[in-house]
Design a binder for this molecule. Structure first.
Ligand SMILES: [Fe+2]
Ligand SMILES: [Fe+2]
Length: 204
């Protein structure tokens, strides 16, 4: 793999992981709403923790600092898309704080807790899927305008295995957290999740 393929593959895999966590959360909430499963607040909390730590504190900042910055330099025509993607990042942090409040409201026993939490998750998931699709298109364009050195810097940034929150084994910690969330899904959902995991991107 060359540097551009490596960088794109890493970002792509990170999008897939976030997509699968959101899919798991939504699928379980749909089952709870239909009385086909009980609420698993441990899984809900683990999924929000993953979203908070991985895309919000690690993936988005690296995109802004490396991919978006390089595209600003090389592609004036991408300015509007880059502004939109950057604004999405700012908004998703606010939406996530709303998700946390909605989970506490639900776990506290509010009668409308499930309805509010589910609506908040669905809204965040829809925004993120649109955002990731836009970034996937941006990366296609980036292949035609970025240089080999640009891609080498982006690939190195995304391969970096340290993070203030997770320390030196950040990637391993995220992988373990992701696997834990998948393991926590109800047994009846697991085969559907495994099938979704193996589909080509975008899977959900
Ligand atoms: Fe992003
Ligand atoms: Fe992204």
């Amino acid at each position: 793999m060359n540097a551009s393929e490596h960088a794109i593959d890493t970002i792509h895999q990170e999008h897939r992981s976030l997509g699968m966590v959101l899919h798991t959360l939504q699928a379980l909430l749909n089952k709870v709403a239909a009385n086909h499963a009980v609420a698993d607040f441990g899984l809900f909390a683990a999924a929000l923790y993953y979203i908070d730590c991985f895309p919000e504190r690690c993936h988005h900042p690296r995109e802004e600092e490396h991919l978006f910055k390089a595209m600003h330099l090389r592609s004036a025509e991408s300015a509007a898309v880059l502004d939109r993607l950057q604004a999405d990042h700012g908004r998703s942090a606010l939406t996530l704080s709303h998700l946390h409040r909605a989970l506490v409201h639900y776990q506290g026993g509010a009668p409308d807790g499930l309805e509010h939490f589910r609506a908040a998750v669905d809204g965040y998931a829809a925004d993120m899927r649109e955002h990731m699709a836009c970034e996937e298109a941006l990366m296609q364009h980036a292949q035609t305008v970025l240089t080999g050195d640009d891609w080498a810097r982006i690939a190195a940034a995304f391969a970096a295995n340290d993070d203030p929150l997770f320390g030196r084994n950040q990637r391993l910690a995220f992988t373990r957290l992701y696997q834990r969330i998948m393991m926590m899904a109800p047994r009846k959902m697991k085969s559907a999740l495994r099938a979704a995991e193996s589909l080509p991107y975008p899977p959900l």
